[in-house]
Design a protein around this ligand. Structure first.
Ligand code: MFK
Length: 193
């Protein structure tokens, strides 16, 4: 399986650099936003995915497929699995200390994923070219060394915090800016030199 041209790092792309203040390997990263569909603890409809910092510029995460995530009887919906990959890839931002959003995401579905399965995900940054972050992720069935069920290649694009202020619905932006925990999480990314 080969990523499309848009997901192939251009000549001259740099090796990713782990930020000196990145969370230590093994550290639980916690949600970047409590209402996030992927990781938010206060999001009743969410995946409640929990990610940890890995070595280098990598993360691991776990996501257990619930009955609410079905597409076919007893099997996870493909879009939900893509969301889990997207969130895991997004968590790489904590290692770079850069705010990023998904620009492009290509998913391969290799095996069906039954309800109640815990998907063990891992993601790493492959290369960086200016604002463009090239990364890859996989989700394995039942164990960190289990068979690969889904994988993805992605291009994330660095943005400033204004991106969310400019585009987000006012009600949620005002609530986030009034929440000291949320402001602290956003600031953690702004110290990037
Ligand atoms: C707090 C940190 C943790 C965050 C975790 C989040 C986890 C979940 C992640 C998500 O789901 S984020 C939500 C889904 N994504 C979005 O809503 C992004 C919507 N798209 C945009 O806002 C803009 O299109 C984007 C910021 C991605 C880019 O717009 P810009 O005007 O800033 O930049 P531009 O269009 O010039 O693109 C910058 C470079 O990226 C390239 N690019 C952008 N989109 C691309 C694409 N889709 N495919 C290929 N290349 C792309 C583009 O060609 C260009 O390359 P060059 O610098 O070489 O010219």
């Amino acid at each position: 399986m080969i990523a499309s041209d848009k997901l192939t790092p251009p000549p001259g792309a740099a090796e990713p650099v782990r930020h000196p203040d990145a969370p230590a390997p093994g550290q639980l990263l916690g949600p970047h936003y409590d209402q996030c569909f992927g990781c938010g603890g206060d999001q009743p409809h969410g995946l409640h995915l929990a990610a940890r910092a890995g070595e280098g510029v990598s993360v691991t995460a776990e996501f257990t497929v619930k009955a609410a995530h079905q597409g076919a009887p007893g099997l996870a919906h493909g879009g939900v699995l893509t969301s889990a990959l997207d969130e895991t890839l997004g968590a790489l931002s904590w290692l770079l200390r850069t705010i990023t959003v998904t620009g492009r995401l290509e998913t391969d579905f290799l095996r069906p994923v039954p309800v109640d399965t815990t998907l063990h995900l891992d993601a790493r940054v492959l290369a960086v070219a200016g604002r463009k972050i090239y990364s890859t992720a996989a989700g394995r069935l039942g164990a960190p060394e289990g068979p690969v069920a889904v994988r993805a290649d992605a291009l994330f694009v660095e943005v400033k915090v204004d991106h969310f202020v400019r585009h987000g619905r006012d009600r949620e932006i005002q609530a986030a800016m009034a929440d000291p925990d949320q402001v602290r999480r956003a600031r953690a990314f702004e110290v990037n030199p």
